[in-house]
Structure formats: C-alpha cells, structure tokens
Design a protein around this ligand. Sequence first.
Ligand SMILES: [Zn+2]
Length: 170
Amino acid sequence: MPILPQPHPELNQIPHHLHYDGAYPCPICLWGRISGLAMMDAFGCYLCRHIFTANLETQILMMADQERPLSWHWNGKRWQGGHRPDTELGWGIWLAAFALILLPPTLIWLGGRIFPPLPGSPLSWFPDFWAVSAFFGHLTIVIWLVVEYYQFPLLVFFRVWRRRLWSEVR
Ligand SMILES: [Zn+2]
C-alpha cells in the first residue's frame, strides 16, 4: 500500500475568518500555505515565499512584495479576486491584443495568396511559414505582456503543478 503524500493534512481546518493565527491556501502558487509571520502583522507562503499583508476588518489579503499589489478577498472558504484594485485590463486592451495576434499573420498570409510565389520555386513554402511564425511570435509577445502585467509567478506555478501532478501519478 503506497503512502500517499498529504500536503494538506489540515485542509478541513481552514478558518472561516481571516486572522493571523490561521493557515490558508496560498493565492499565488495555489498549493502552498500562508500563515502569520512571527512578530509581524503579515502572512508568508512557505512554498513560493511571497509575503502578504492583510486588512482583517475587510478580510482582504494584499501582496506586500509587489510594487502595485494584488489583492484577494477571503470569503470563508477560498480567495476571490486577484486583480489589482486600481487597474483592470479593459476590453479595448484585449481587442488590441487580439488584433496584434491575428492581423499580421493574416496580412502575410493574404500577401502570399495575392502574390503567390512561382510554383516549384525553392522558397514557395516561405509565405506560409512566415505567417505561422508571425502568429506564434505575436502570441508569445501578448502572453508575455499579460504575465508581466499581472506579475504572475509563472515559474513557481509550473514548478508547483509539476510536483503536484507527479505526486498524484505515483
Ligand atoms: Zn505560495
């Protein structure tokens, strides 16, 4: 009988209210636990090592080690929110991102169709290749910008999830 890992033995004991004596799931890495730091009115995650401050009256948790902090509201069971309180990405930004991803490769692809390369020429594959590369290139740029904007700790997230999947497979 294999011994299953028990990363959350006290999962059923998450306090209903946010206070510094309790331990809560980490809203950043989603797998670590945050708990009150000794002698400080702050929470820390043992896994991703992010530091949080809290407003216990409003049950709001804020990321302390970020220039423009993320914040979450504790609803008694889990965290809600996770967006910056002051700034939101409006639909105009998403439209622009969408256009940035789709427009250039479409234009390149159309160019290749309107002015097709000579059949049988050694570079006849190039317009399609260029269109596909432009698509993935711009997609990468947009994803990178979104990750930068939200300051999402992508590496921590992937490392934690790989560890989690690995422990479930075994
Ligand atoms: Zn964490």
